[in-house]
Design a protein around this ligand. Structure first.
Ligand code: ARG
Ligand code: ZN
Length: 888
């Protein structure tokens, strides 16, 4: 286990002294004592600082070293703090290093480990050093040849690139030799060995070559890869059509495993996936899972160009590949959705995730720029900021230059840096030069943390027919950072007249209007734009499509919000306006509860309910869109709107409001449950998924209002549903609403789902979101007893995320109990997991980092829990960084 506590700074970057041109790896795969023989051809770099050749190593047993075929002398190298340093490599040199490792004891799931007795690797970010000594940094690119020796029961032996040879060794074991023609950093190395079945297909590429596509899964899952294969083919085609980027390999492989710390990994030619992002059929995957699989398959495939062909110079540049690839993934997923209203639902969901998870990160103790300046453990920086805010920053180039301009910039970037390791500045410069633009100010997006605020004021001069828009940016000052500077912000706006129509936008000095949505490019603290020929009362529609990752403040009255929610031609902004209205309504319930502890007398204002009803019944809007916008804002979204977070009050307000809405719109909801019930065999399709979403949304309001028919229907969807979306949708409603039938449903599903790891995770997650019922066991205790259930394993990251992370992050008042029992569970599990898997314990621990924002009774206990953990000795570097930043 790594206990390094050193902080690494971006400013300290130094180029390596040596290149490794080729590496030949031979693995003798034995679960508890694998022998790795690495032979590197090491070449000194021109202009190097010294002749020292530095390699990293962790949890390795060194067996032997040879230099140019001769056993090395101990004065030729030194071992020190995880580093192996050869003192003087002045000439091209062959170095052979033999190490011994123990995959079976590797519970960190970093490096080479076992999953259900199969060998699997995960090398990003620094897992390769747990396999062999190597300059384990992304700017050392080598060509790999890999030989695998394995017991004869091992059916499948895989590594990156092309299969050169395979067969049986004289002693009866099996072997395979792989060669990857593309130079790559060590974090993209992968090997897989074990018992798998494969689903194969072929695809014709636009260069007239044919590529073999393979998806490997554990036996029994062969019929669950149809969707993933379809997504892979769509992704390959999309990258050809949209960006002219072709698959550069003869063979592209995906392997699914149940033991994985993160989502998936883009190893060159051999992607390794968390099984939940591969396997799908009507019995294990919900509509949302189908959509997530499409996104993640796309994401990892797109890395082949943005990540693998051009990689990152150092880990501070992580967003170079991740922000860009998330953006590409989002564009792909959106293009796969037929209608405009389906596309906008995807955008609404992505922005909601950004606001409820990235915004709090960016205002809390872990706030960092998308290109961080320092870290103590890089695995802690695979964050919403680097990924999702990074993607928004990339999207702004497209907003400024259009799709064609963006494509030109991307092509220029790939042309300049193909086969090498680049920086975020390199990307920005390529974009700027391809589009003849000055993007020096745009660089601030990479160096400034915090969510910028833009407050906007408008003024209509009826006699002059002018409409002025004044913007004022403000960026939060963060400790240890220079005073924030104004950013370059593309702000898309439209203007509605009093009939709710978009008006043509003509800026002062322009001969003619230019469109009805325009991008204002902010670049100073305060700026003013004047629109002319505005002859009817105007209303600004601000930040259309979420054109920049900022918080826009504009004082809008309830009436104006209602007007926008009903009329804005920008469907994204309609959803925005409605969400603001919902928050206002919930706020009223919160105030009422604070006064009287009983919100039953209150009802949301008429205009809100009328708008709700109008949208619910507006057949011109897709069911998916209606389902998304009429969902109450998540509790996390409400937390973001509050100065002090009071989980119990917020939950009570939501419940009271849901109940009122359910009572009031009963007939419409009943109608939706009927008309949105999809008949026949299950098929994943965004339109049908939208209907199912609207059906369950309606059902949840009905059940919240105590409607007996709704309860009966919930039971029916669970019993009779022919797909997991229906069954799980019903189960979640029952458990979250604490219905009496819930225990029976949970028992039935634990029996029916016991052999499917993916379903066990769902079963755990549903229970993490449970609501306590008076007189029964509190949810915290229920979670404790689930941890003892044979279906739960604390060693499995998916189980931990589903049960514990969900509970800590979204359990609301069930987790934030006044007796501190939730925090006690947090302490115990975080410390327990840290003793074997620091990446997972650190991710779990982040659920308390925003403790300062909670009501005092809770925040003092949250602080104590963090401090207690931070006082323990032997914490991993990962967990140490999280808890220390949280309390200091
Ligand atoms: N590069 C992967 C992806 O986003 C993420 C792998 C991160 N793994 C880790 N242990 N930090 O597709
Ligand atoms: Zn990625």
């Amino acid at each position: 286990m790594s206990n390094r506590q050193t902080v690494v700074y971006r400013k300290d970057y130094k180029a390596p002294n040596h290149d490794v041109e080729t590496i030949n790896l031979v693995f003798d795969l034995i679960p508890d004592r694998t022998i790795v023989t690495s032979t590197m051809h090491v070449v000194p770099r021109e202009g190097r600082e010294s002749d020292e050749f530095e390699l990293n190593g962790e949890s390795l047993q060194l067996v032997s070293i040879k230099i140019n075929g001769q056993p090395s002398l101990t004065n030729q190298y030194a071992m020190n703090a995880g580093k192996l340093i050869f003192h003087s490599i002045k000439e091209p040199t062959d170095i052979e290093i033999v190490t011994r490792i123990n995959p079976k004891a590797n519970l960190e799931l970093s490096g080479l480990y076992l999953s259900n007795n199969n060998f699997i690797t995960q090398c990003e970010a620094e897992g390769f050093r747990r396999i062999t000594y190597f300059p384990n940094r992304p700017d050392v690119l080598a060509k790999y040849t890999v030989t695998l020796h394995a017991p004869k029961e091992c059916k499948v032996l895989l590594s990156n690139g092309n299969l050169v040879d395979q067969g049986v060794l004289p002693d009866g074991r099996k072997y395979a030799i792989w060669h990857d023609p593309f130079p790559k950093p060590s974090y993209l190395f992968a090997l897989v060995a074990g018992n798998f079945t494969v689903n194969e297909d072929k695809i014709e590429l636009n260069n007239d070559k044919t590529a073999l596509l393979q998806i490997y899964t554990e036996p029994g899952n062969e019929n669950k890869t149809v969707h993933a294969m379809d997504c892979l083919k769509k992704a390959i085609r999309w990258d050809e059509v949209r960006y002219g980027l072709t698959l550069d390999l003869e063979r592209f492989m995906i392997v699914a495993t149940n033991d994985f710390n993160m989502g998936a990994m883009e190893n060159k030619g051999l992607n390794i996936f968390n099984a939940k992002y591969v396997l799908a059929d009507d019995g294990v995957a919900t509509d949302s899972d189908y959509a997530a699989i499409e996104s993640v398959i796309g994401h990892e495939y797109f890395h082949n160009w943005t990540g693998d062909r051009v990689t990152c110079r150092d880990w501070f540049q992580l967003s170079l590949k991740e922000g860009l690839t998330v953006f590409r993934e989002q564009e792909f997923a959106s293009d796969m959705l037929g209608s405009e209203s389906a596309k906008v639902v995807k955008r609404i969901k992505d922005v909601r995730a950004l606001r409820t998870a990235q915004f709090p990160e960016d205002s809390g103790p872990m706030a960092h720029p998308i290109r961080p300046d320092s870290y103590s453990e890089i695995n802690n920086f695979y964050t919403m900021t680097v990924y999702e805010k990074g993607a928004e920053v990339v999207r702004m180039y497209q907003t400024m230059f259009g799709k064609e301009g963006f494509k030109k910039g991307l092509a220029e970037y790939l042309r300049r840096y193909d086969g090498s390791a680049a920086t975020c500045d390199d990307f920005r410069t390529a974009m700027a030069e391809a589009n003849d633009a000055d993007l020096s100010q745009f660089a601030l997006w990479y160096s400034q943390a915090g969510t910028p605020r833009v407050s906007v004021k408008t003024q209509w001069d009826e006699s002059k027919k002018t409409f002025t828009i004044t913007t004022r940016q403000s960026n939060r000052t963060l400790p240890g950072q220079p005073k924030p500077q104004p950013l370059m912000i593309p702000l898309a706006v439209g203007v509605l007249n009093d009939k709710g129509e978009d008006i043509p936008l003509q800026l002062e000095g322009e001969p003619l209007p230019v469109g009805t949505t325009r991008v204002l490019l902010l670049n100073q603290d305060v700026q003013t734009w004047t629109l002319v020929n505005v002859d009817r009362r105007p209303l600004l529609s601000l930040g259309r499509g979420f054109s920049a990752p900022v918080i826009c403040d504009m004082d809008l009255t309830r009436d104006q919000l209602v007007f926008l929610a009903k009329n804005d031609s920008d469907l994204f902004n309609r959803a925005e306006a409605f969400e603001k209205l919902s928050i206002l309504a919930i706020d009223a319930f919160i105030q009422e509860l604070r006064k009287t502890q009983n919100a039953n007398s209150l009802s949301p204002m008429e205009a809100y309910l009328a708008t709700f009803e109008e949208i619910l019944n507006d057949e011109r809007l897709s069911p998916a869109y209606r389902a998304e916008i009429l969902k109450l804002p998540s509790e996390q979204a409400i937390y973001e709107s509050q100065i002090i977070i009071e989980p119990a009050l917020i939950r009570a307000a939501c419940q009271a409001m849901q109940k009122k809405i359910g009572q009031r719109l009963k007939t419409s909801f009943e109608d939706k449950v009927k008309t949105c019930t999809t008949e026949g065999i299950y098929k994943y399709d965004p339109d049908l998924a939208g209907k199912r979403a609207l059906k369950f949304l309606s059902l949840s309001y009905l059940v919240a209002s105590g409607n007996p028919k709704g309860v009966q229907q919930t039971r029916n969807f669970f019993e009779k549903g022919n797909n997991i979306t229906d069954k799980l949708g019903a189960l979640s409603i029952a458990v979250h609403s604490g219905l009496p039938i819930r225990q029976e449903m949970l028992n039935k599903s634990s029996i029916a789902w016991a052999t499917e790891p993916l379903l066990i995770n769902k079963w755990l997650e549903v229970q993490a979101l449970a609501t306590s019922v008076h007189g029964e066991m509190p949810v915290v205790n229920k979670i404790r007893s689930l941890m003892m259930d044979p279906l739960f394993s604390i060693k499995n990251p998916n189980n931990v995320y589903s049960l514990l992370r969900t509970f800590f992050a979204k359990g609301g008042p069930e987790f934030h109990t006044l007796d501190g029992s939730g925090y006690q569970l947090w302490i115990e599990t975080v410390l327990n997991i840290d003793s074997f898997n620091p990446q997972v314990s650190a991710r779990l621990a982040r659920t308390l980092e925003n403790w300062r924002r909670y009501e005092p009774r809770l925040s003092s206990m949250m602080y104590k829990a963090l401090r207690y953990v931070s006082q323990q000795k032997n914490l991993s570097a990962d967990l140490r960084e999280i808890v220390d930043k949280a309390i200091n």
